[in-house]
Ligand binder design. Sequence first.
Ligand code: SF4
Length: 622
Amino acid sequence: MQEFIAQHILPKVTKPSQYIGDEWNIIKKDWDQCRIKSAFLFPDVYEIGMSHLGLRILYHVVNQRDEYLMERSFAPMVDMEELMRARQIPLFSWESYRPLKEFDLLGFTLQYEMSYTNILNMIDLSGIPLRSKERDHRFPLIIAGGPCAYNPEPLADFIDLFVLGEGEEVLLEIMDLLNDEKSKDGAFDKYQFLKKAAQIRGIYVPQFYQPVYLENGLLQEVKVLEADVPEIVYKRVITNFSEADFPEKTMVPHTEAIHDRVMLEILRGCSRGCRFCQAGIIYRPVRERDVEKLLDQAETLIESTGYDEIALTSLSSLDYTCIDPLIKELLKRFQEQKVGISLPSLRVDAFSVDLARKVQQVRKSGLTFAPEAGSQRLRDVINKGVREEDILETVTAAFSQGWTSIKLYFMIGLPTETYEDLDGIADLAAKILGLGRRVKPKGIKKPISITVSASSFVPKAHTPFQWAGQEGANSLREKQHYLKDKFHSMKNVTFNYHDVEVSFLEAAFARGDRRLGDVLEQAWQSGCKFDGWSEHFKYHLWMEAFTACGLDPVFFANRNFGEDEVLPWDHLSSGVSKSWLLKEYHKAIEEKPTPDCRENPCHGCGVCPQMDLWPELLEGRK
Ligand code: SF4
């Protein structure tokens, strides 16, 4: 098949190199020697999927086991898919070019809701029935994990089991169980397998849970249908993050990937507690990797890949206790090789600018900060512990050290937001611009420029704002226009904003229940895919799908959920308690902040006792 595709298909498609496979450092195993064959499926294009750290980690973890293999597959672009369907070529893996249907296990990562139609499309393109109930022992088991697995209900009918939390250990447990069950005499009994899998911590098998709805459409309860299946499924965390195995070789993509560099995962989790942020809740508690280990990993990875850049990745890299010595040592070790260091996100403080300056000894780029809200009042509501003085001090430090361009990220439509808060965004940008012009070193001719990006707030499951409905699309659009007008007269300020319709659908699926599975299938049937890509997004087809299924997206996206309402994800737990989330929601309305538990006493979010694991911080911190 590989030869046929290379000769007859690839010459006719865009970016053909993405489909070639055989990249540097991939692992090709003897198919017949492996007992369980799995594939990691990224439901978007190759250049995005190859940047995914989870793929790099799990690919390494599984392929280390002699008896198992893991290959990769990505969503083919529209032109490729058309040709594949016309020639009846099923979706294949990038390593062996085998049809995905021949694998034992297919695992999707759920990174964003707008990739859901791609999941259906990839299953269908593999010649596999869409719904879990239609797949017997002849088909691969289809599993999924990642952040969206914390409310997987819209996908519940299509996926056999979901993994909640960190996959490194539990994935191998699933494969071990699958291996045991497949080694038994007779045909593989999928039901028995799923029954056993459901008893492993971190695994949610949706067919054993039945949502029951009231006449008014609200959820009455989620019934547990089988004995020995937990009423609440808790997430998994790996037992020893600092010691956890990390890939020493990493695949180097053929085409340029979004993050085309070595990724050093310096810590997991974030305890800052921004009330809109799902990642800040689901990856708790904070765990940091040892500096020496990271330095060793960096050396091995640079040597094995030839990359000339190391990204220090995490939710909040500058919170890493030893960030300063780590950066100093990395710069020292890689100075001669001219390997650059990149920090994906900066904190709003002068220390960040100082570190950025050190890092920029090798590379030059603009600086990005995320105040998220324009007024102090609203920053207190969302618990973004940043004051205006911090922002101004930070940008002063940046401009006086020679930076001329700064990006600022905000959200609009946050709970309790008023037009005064929007004025705060414009005022802040104006102040920053004025400051920049005043403190810019003489000799730098380039004018100061600012890019302001405003995304629309999307309420997410398992956050304090999970109860808050998203602001209506018209109202959000008015706010976008209001800001656009304000920035129109400001020279050297660029204003970007996101498509309101995409955010609306994202909110509907982020807070949706199992009934949305029909909408998803209907939308996909009528041609929706790559919904996160503006050139492919077909809003009218989505609205038709909702109408055809008798459901209103406003009910899921824009409604404030009742505080005593059963939520579609209440039977799934990140370890953080619902009562703490609700307390945080109330504090938000009262505009009261909650301090970071790194430097302050534990405020009882519940994850540490639940996971029997406390924050693991390097010396100098608790
Ligand atoms: S349980 Fe306490 S220490 Fe642990 S993450 Fe929550 S607030 Fe922080």
